[in-house]
Design a protein around this ligand. Structure first.
Ligand SMILES: CC(=O)N[C@H]1[C@@H](OP(=O)(O)OP(=O)(O)OC[C@H]2O[C@@H](n3ccc(=O)[nH]c3=O)[C@H](O)[C@@H]2O)O[C@H](CO)[C@@H](O)[C@@H]1O
Ligand SMILES: C=C(OP(=O)(O)O)C(=O)O
Length: 419
């Protein structure tokens, strides 16, 4: 991971327009789904991100041929030569666990190193494995590896204890090629699930219900390759909107699906942000100092955990005291210590952070501990009236395409210093 740093001189109102890239969290399951069919699938608007590169390395390791033709990503999954992925590849990114469902459906067998926990929490896989077991898969966990095999995938009723995004995706992909009908109860409802359903159906699958909490998947014999354009990244969009707000800027965030941003826009407006929502863009106008609000992360359509750190950066200089409750990941407050270095006054009690708004944030030396913590510090630095050195921006590269270039286009004063 790149250990480069950003030097950011904040306090400058951002101006102009910024275009959101394709969604990381929709792209990764789409890449995994391409494994389900022989032949070449074509994916459009896939962002050039470290996580996408890591997923492509996993696909190539399994035997796919991958190439970019201008902005189209071609994945040929005609001949898979391997069904196991070792620790080195798995550890680079948790989402590589999304190959479980498709490789089982194609091969009847799969072995992956356990993805393990990460900075934001322990992130177990029990719901993925429980669901696969319901579909007739035998699972063995040994020496840090998950091995799974099946004679035949069979449609079943699966009830998820938590509406896990990754488990829902893995089960959708496995069930697409299972014999009979699968119902996934308490499924995740995120927009990325809808995008995966759309791609699978273009491949010939019969999936219905994405966006609701019960998914119905009628298994088919085979799938064929398809072409699909990934949805815009709602977390990237939300981050840019917040950058406009924190700098008192006047910016147009383009290529958004406003419906996906409703929980974020609603909370920002409650805090006093001035936002104009158009068909495929959001305009941010200067609004003065924000007011404190309370916030709780929830599965979609609740407020997304992937925006909690960035919102905390905003509330750190709002007027009054905000209470932020993180219900999804048990350790997603690592940005708190770093924000404190910038003058934020935040107290953490278990899964709740009490944020006493400071008059202003100050420049400091800070470090990104994970992707969205990094995004939060990036925002805080843009809002601070002095220079901030933000270390370990490799974390940010996982989820934000061309960040430096995009923000220079808005007049931000920042430069990337190579390690
Ligand atoms: C690549 C991708 O799309 N990543 C997103 C995805 O991660 P990911 O798919 O890993 O997140 P999940 O929805 O699975 O996790 C949600 C919650 O369920 C728990 N859980 C999950 C699986 C399981 O088998 N058992 C279990 O208990 C997790 O610990 C967590 O508390 O959704 C998260 C929640 O919106 C986002 O923060 C991530 O950005
Ligand atoms: C937590 C995130 O991603 P991942 O699930 O890939 O770690 C994220 O995008 O904020």
């Amino acid at each position: 991971m790149a250990m480069d740093r950003y030097v950011i001189t904040g306090g400058q109102p951002l101006e102009g327009s910024i275009r959101v890239s394709g969604a990381k969290n929709a792209s990764l399951p789409l890449l995994a789904a391409a494994l389900l069919a022989e032949g070449t699938s074509v994916l459009l608007d896939i962002p050039h991100l470290a996580d996408v590169r890591n997923m492509l390395d996993v696909l190539e390791h399994l035997g796919c041929r991958v190439n970019w033709q201008d902005e189209a990503l071609l994945i040929n999954a005609s001949s898979l030569r391997d069904w196991s992925v070792d620790e080195e590849l798995m550890r680079r990114m948790r989402a590589s666990n999304l190959i479980l469902g498709p490789v089982l459906a194609r091969h009847g067998r799969v072995k992956i190193a356990m993805p393990g926990g990460c900075a934001i929490g322990s992130r177990p896989m029990d719901q993925h494995l429980k669901g696969l077991a319901e579909l007739g898969v035998k699972v063995k966990e040994k020496h840090g590896y998950i091995e799974a095999w099946t004679e035949e995938l069979k449609g079943e009723h699966v009830y998820l204890d938590v509406p896990s995004v990754g488990a829902t995706e893995n089960l959708m992909m496995a069930a697409a090629l299972a014999r009979g009908t699968t119902l996934i109860h308490n499924a995740a409802r995120e927009p990325e699930i809808v995008d995966l359903q759309n791609f699978l159906n273009k491949m010939g699958a019969k999936v219905r219900g994405a966006g609701l909490d019960v998914l119905r998947i009628e298994g088919v014999e085979t799938l064929h390759p398809a072409e699909h354009a990934v949805i815009p990244d709602r977390i990237e969009a939300g981050t840019h909107i917040m950058a406009g707000v924190i700098t008192q800027g006047d910016i147009l965030v383009q290529n958004v699906i406003p419906e996906h941003l409703e929980p974020v826009v609603a909370k920002l407006r409650q805090a006093g942000a001035r936002l104009e929502v158009y068909d495929d863009a959001v305009r941010v106008r200067p609004c003065g100092r924000l007011k404190a609000i309370d916030l709780k992360t929830m599965p979609y359509p609740g407020f997304p955990t992937d925006m909690q750190p960035q919102f905390m950066a905003l509330l750190a200089s709002a007027e009054g005291t905000s209470v932020i409750t993180e219900t999804i990941f048990e350790n997603r407050f690592q940005h708190v210590d770093e924000l404190r270095r910038m003058g934020a006054r935040i107290r953490v009690e278990g899964r709740t952070a009490v944020v006493h708004g400071a008059e202003t944030l100050e420049g400091a030396f800070v470090e990104a501990t994970d992707l969205r913590a990094g995004a939060a510090l990036f925002l805080a630095a843009l809002g601070a009236g002095e220079a901030t050195v933000l270390e370990k921006v490799g974390h940010i590269d996982r989820g934000y395409e061309n960040l430096e270039e995009k923000y220079r286009g808005l007049g931000a004063r920042l430069r990337r210093v190579r390690a």
